[in-house]
Ligand binder design. Structure first.
Ligand code: SF4
Length: 492
C-alpha cells in the first residue's frame, strides 16, 4: 500500500522526516525514499528495503542530510520521491495508491508528442512519474492535481515539495487513504499515519477531505482545492493496514479492532479454553473477543518479533510460506488438549492459515475455532496495492465459488450472510482449513465497529459496490463513469 510523511519547518527537519517516514514501515516492503530541500537544492536517497528496515538503510542519509523541508515515503513498488523539472518549476513528488489505467493514460500522453518517461518501475512506467506528467500537462499545480485526480482510475494521494520550500499535500479523490496535517511550534507535517505525531511533538491540525489539496508553510496551512462531498475511505485500514495507535476520521484503529472482536464474540459464541490473535493485526481483535466472551486471552504461538517485525511478505509464495512458518513459535502448554479460538484480520488465499491450523493440530490442539474480523473477501481491491495477487481467482472465496458453481456464478449472491450460498461457501472454506468452526464478521457489525456512516466507507472488497462506479456496477470499464455500456451486457 505505502505511506508518506512530509514536513516544512523553521528549523532543520531531517530528524522529524526520518522518524516520521519510518513510522509508515508497516505499509510497504519494497522501497524507501527521502528528499530534503537544503540551501544547495534537493538531496535525495532511495533504498531497497525489502531485506532491511528503513531506519537501517537510511542511517547514513540521516546523518548527511540537512534542510528545513522534506518528504519521505515507504513504497510497495516504485522508486520515489522523484525530482521533476517542468514549466511548473522544480519539485519533488511522492504518491500512494494505485493507478489501474496506466496504459491508456500513457497512450493519451504520447499522443501529445510532448511526453516521455525515464523512471521505470519493474520494467514499466513509474506511476509517480505518470502522475507528475499529468500534473505538468496543466497551467498550474492546482489545475494539474485536479486534472490528474480526474484522469486516474484507482487512487492517488500525494506530497509535492517545491524548490521554494512549499509543501503541498493532496488526498485522493474519494479519500480512500487518509492524509492528516499536524502542527507544532514552527513546523507543519503531513502524514498518512497519525501515530507518528505524538512522539515527534505534533498535534493533529486537520484531516484532509476527499480530493482536498493544501499548501503548507511553517506558519500554517491553506486549502488550495476544496474537498469533494463523496468519501469512500478504506475500511481495511481499521481491519488490517492501519497502525493501532493511528486514527482516521477521528476513529482510532486499536479501539475499532476491540469493537470488531466484541461483535464477533456476541454473534459467534463458542466454548473454549482461550482466545488468541494471529499476529500481528489479529491480536487486538482477539483482545476484544476475549473481553466480550469472558474467556482468557492467551498466545498459543508467539511471533519472533526481533527479526520478523513486519507482516507483509516477499513476492515469492514459497518464501512467504517459509517465513510464515519461521516467525511463529508454538507454546505446547497452551496448545495441547486445548479448545482454541483464534481471531485473524481476514482470509485472502487461506494457504498460510491452513498451514498454521495444521501445525496447531500437530502440536496437540483439541479444537480450533477461527473468527475473522471482516466479511469474506469477494472482490480484489482496485484502489490500493492490497495484495500481490494478480487474480481475483486467488481469493479463497472465489476458488470455493468456482468449486461450487463453475465460472458463471453470480458472485453477488454470496454476499448475504444469511443466505444459503454464503453458508455453503463458508462451510467449504472451514472444511478446507480444517477448522472446528469458522465465522466471519458481518458487514453491518464491521461498519458499526469502525463508527463511520456506511456511505463514507469503501467496502468494495466485500460488496463490489463502489461510489466511482454507479449502480453497483462491478465492471472495470476504462470509460466509467461516463455513460455505461454494462446495461447492454458489454464490458469494454
Ligand atoms: S476495496 Fe477493500 S482494501 Fe481496497 S480500498 Fe476498498 S475497503 Fe480498502
Amino acid at each position: 500500500m505505502g505511506g508518506f510523511f512530509g514536513v516544512v519547518s523553521k528549523e532543520d527537519c531531517v530528524a522529524d522526516l526520518f522518524f516520521g517516514t519510518d513510522y509508515h514501515s508497516h505499509l510497504g516492503t519494497m522501497r524507501g525514499g527521502m528528499a530534503v530541500l537544503s540551501d544547495k537544492g534537493f538531496q535525495r536517497a532511495i533504498h531497497d528495503i525489502s531485506n532491511s528496515q528503513f531506519r537501517t538503510k537510511f542511517e547514513n542519509d540521516f546523518k548527511r542530510f540537512e534542510g528545513k523541508a522534506g518528504i519521505g515515503v515507504i513504497s510497495d513498488n516504485e522508486d520515489q520521491p522523484l525530482i521533476i523539472s517542468s514549466h511548473l518549476g522544480v519539485y519533488t513528488i511522492t504518491t500512494v495508491g494505485v493507478v489501474t489505467n496506466v496504459a491508456p493514460l500513457v497512450k493519451e500522453l504520447y499522443a501529445t508528442h510532448a511526453a516521455q518517461f525515464s523512471e521505470m518501475s519493474r520494467g514499466g512506467i513509474n506511476p509517480t512519474e505518470l502522475v507528475a506528467t499529468l500534473i505538468n500537462s496543466q497551467p498550474s499545480l492546482a489545475e494539474g492535481v485536479r486534472y490528474a485526480q480526474q484522469k486516474i482510475e484507482g487512487s492517488c494521494s500525494l506530497l509535492l515539495l517545491t524548490e521554494e520550500g512549499e509543501l503541498y499535500a493532496v488526498r485522493d479523490r474519494y479519500g480512500r487513504t487518509p492524509v492528516i496535517i499536524g502542527q507544532k511550534e514552527g513546523a507543519i507535517a503531513a502524514t498518512m499515519e497519525s501515530c507518528c505525531f505524538p512522539n515527534l511533538g505534533y498535534e493533529v491540525e486537520h484531516e484532509l477531505g476527499p480530493g482536498e489539496m493544501v499548501h503548507c508553510t511553517p506558519d500554517g496551512v491553506e486549502t488550495v482545492l476544496t474537498p469533494g462531498d463523496q468519501m469512500a475511505i478504506c475500511s481495511f485500514l481499521w481491519v488490517y493496514f492501519g497502525y493501532p495507535a493511528s486514527g482516521y476520521e477521528g476513529r482510532n484503529v486499536e479501539m475499532a479492532r476491540y469493537r470488531c472482536g466484541g461483535a464477533l464474540a456476541r454473534r459467534n459464541p463458542v466454548e473454549a479454553d482461550s482466545v488468541g490473535g494471529v499476529p500481528d493485526s489479529g491480536v487486538a481483535h482477539a483482545l476484544g473477543y476475549a473481553v466480550e466472551a469472558g474467556i482468557r486471552y492467551a498466545r498459543p504461538f508467539v511471533k519472533y518479533t526481533p527479526t520478523w517485525p513486519r507482516s507483509f511478505m516477499p513476492p515469492d509464495q514459497k518464501a512467504r510460506e517459509l517465513i510464515a512458518q519461521m516467525k511463529l513459535i508454538p507454546i505446547p502448554g497452551l496448545i495441547q488438549g486445548k479448545r482454541l479460538i483464534f481471531c485473524d484480520d481476514s482470509i485472502v488465499r487461506g494457504t498460510q492459515l491452513r498451514d498454521q491450523v495444521k501445525r496447531l493440530y500437530d502440536d496437540g490442539a483439541k479444537e480450533i475455532h477461527m473468527r475473522i474480523a471482516c466479511p469474506p473477501l469477494l472482490y480484489q481491491c482496485r484502489f490500493l496495492n492490497f495484495s500481490r495477487s494478480k487474480s481475483e481467482m486467488d481469493l479463497a472465496t472465489r476458488r470455493t465459488i468456482r468449486e461450487i458453481e463453475g465460472d458463471d456464478a453470480d458472485i453477488a449472491t454470496y454476499r448475504d450472510a444469511d443466505g444459503k450460498p454464503y453458508q455453503e461457501m463458508v462451510g467449504r472454506i472451514r472444511q478446507r482449513l480444517g477448522l472446528y468452526s469458522l465465522a466471519y464478521q458481518r458487514l453491518d457489525d464491521l461498519v458499526e465497529a469502525i463508527g463511520l456512516p456506511r456511505e463514507q466507507l469503501c467496502t468494495y472488497c466485500w460488496t463490489g459496490e463502489d461510489i466511482s462506479k454507479p449502480n453497483g456496477c462491478t465492471h472495470g470499464c476504462s470509460h466509467c463513469p461516463s455513460p455505461c455500456a454494462a446495461t447492454a451486457g458489454t464490458v469494454v
